[in-house]
Write a protein that binds this ligand. Structure first.
Ligand code: IPM
Ligand code: MN
Length: 353
């Protein structure tokens, strides 16, 4: 297969983990005879510094002309600590999602048996947890009408029936391919927008009798997720709730550096780690490249290249088993491996197996 991939490394640890993501894509491409053409493009604080905008028009064009976007992370503390700043790196990410019509953000929460002890939760709670969170990504409060005054401010949590319906259908597609259990997370006891979600879901669920649908308030879901993560199979929820719940869910696995995601919708899909740009780790060769590498696996799988995805997943598992791990998940007394060493080990493993 021929694939044009836009490479958006962004800020902080972004370029370092991206280098390893690309090395792994190359190893897979060589093994299976795929032709990959990369196009690098700027975004985030890096793009603000260079051209004054976090998602420049040229980057948008590069994304539109590609089959997939591999994205690393954006964000820089110099903007976090300056509420007066007119332009922020995160706006670039939001603009990318909106302009590419990426309404479905797929975040799988899988645990690695050998890392269960790294989770702040007890082993017996974490063991075997395996669910995906499907976060609506282009609606809700993030994009609704806003006012930002000095004495008053608001964000509007607005959803249309069509937006809710299409994301629910994505949820059912995944549920049908998994354990056929879908949980709609909302706050229908308080929010009008959530009642729309629930009404639409109650209609759509009738078309999927094979799937058990249940409804959970977001406060309850956030508790259940750490109390009994195995309860969940597929979660579908709105933008803000999904943002919060997936950070919480990432703790279940032991390291946020392990979680990949796919954002899909109308135009070019984006594959990116769930974690951010971790500016403190920048340039230190200590960031875990696995979330980026697994995002590449999701990219191959998106194009129906299942075996390619499996090969990456196996290599990642082998690196963990061989204790080739970045510091935050390394065993006590284990050797030091940096971002580069872990990435190269995984790419070598793919080449030689
Ligand atoms: C995420 C991030 C983004 C979000 C930020 C960086 C805008 O936290 O992808 O979860 O809130 O969507
Ligand atoms: Mn987030």
């Amino acid at each position: 297969m021929k694939l044009k991939i836009a490479v958006l490394a962004g800020d902080g640890i972004g370029p370092e983990i991206m280098e390893q993501g690309v090395a792994v894509v190359n190893a897979v491409a060589r093994k299976f005879g795929h032709g990959i053409e990369y196009r690098e493009a700027i975004c985030g604080a890096d793009a603000i510094d260079k051209v004054g905008a976090p998602f420049p028009e040229e980057t948008f064009r590069t994304c539109m002309e590609s089959d997939a976007v591999l994205f690393a992370a954006v964000g820089d503390p110099k903007y976090d600590n300056d509420p007066t700043s007119k332009v922020r790196p995160e706006q670039g990410l939001l603009a990318m999602r909106k302009k590419l019509g990426l309404y479905a953000n797929i975040r799988p929460i899988e645990t690695f048996d050998c890392l269960v002890h790294k989770s702040p939760l007890k082993d017996e709670i974490v063991h075997g947890a395996d669910f995906i969170c499907i976060r609506e990504l282009t609606g809700g409060m993030y994009f609704g009408p806003k006012k930002e005054g000095t004495d008053e401010a608001y964000d509007t949590n607005i959803y249309s029936r069509a937006e809710v319906e299409r994301i629910l259908r994505v949820g059912y597609k995944y549920a049908l391919a998994r354990k056929r259990h879908l949980t709609v997370v909302d706050k229908a006891n308080v929010l009008a927008s959530s009642r729309l979600w629930r009404n639409v879901a109650m209609e759509v669920m009738k078309e999927y009798p094979e799937v058990t649908t249940d409804f959970m308030f977001v406060d309850n879901a956030s508790m259940r997720m750490i109390q009994e993560p195995r309860f969940f199979d597929v979660i579908v929820t709105e933008n803000t709730f999904g943002d919060i719940l997936t950070d919480e869910a990432s703790c279940i696995t032991g390291s946020m550096g392990l979680l990949p995601s796919a954002s899909t919708g109308e135009h070019t899909p984006v594959f990116e780690p769930v974690h951010g740009s971790w500016p403190q780790g920048k340039g230190l060769n200590i960031a875990n490249p696995i979330a980026q590498i697994l995002s590449a696996a999701m990219m191959f799988e998106y194009f129906g290249l299942k075996e390619e995805g499996t090969v990456i997943r196996k290599a990642v598992q082998a690196s963990l088993d061989a204790k080739v791990r970045t510091p935050e998940i390394q065993v006590e007394g284990g050797a030091h491996y940096g971002t580069r060493e872990v990435g190269q080990w995984i790419a070598d493993y793919i080449r030689s197996h």
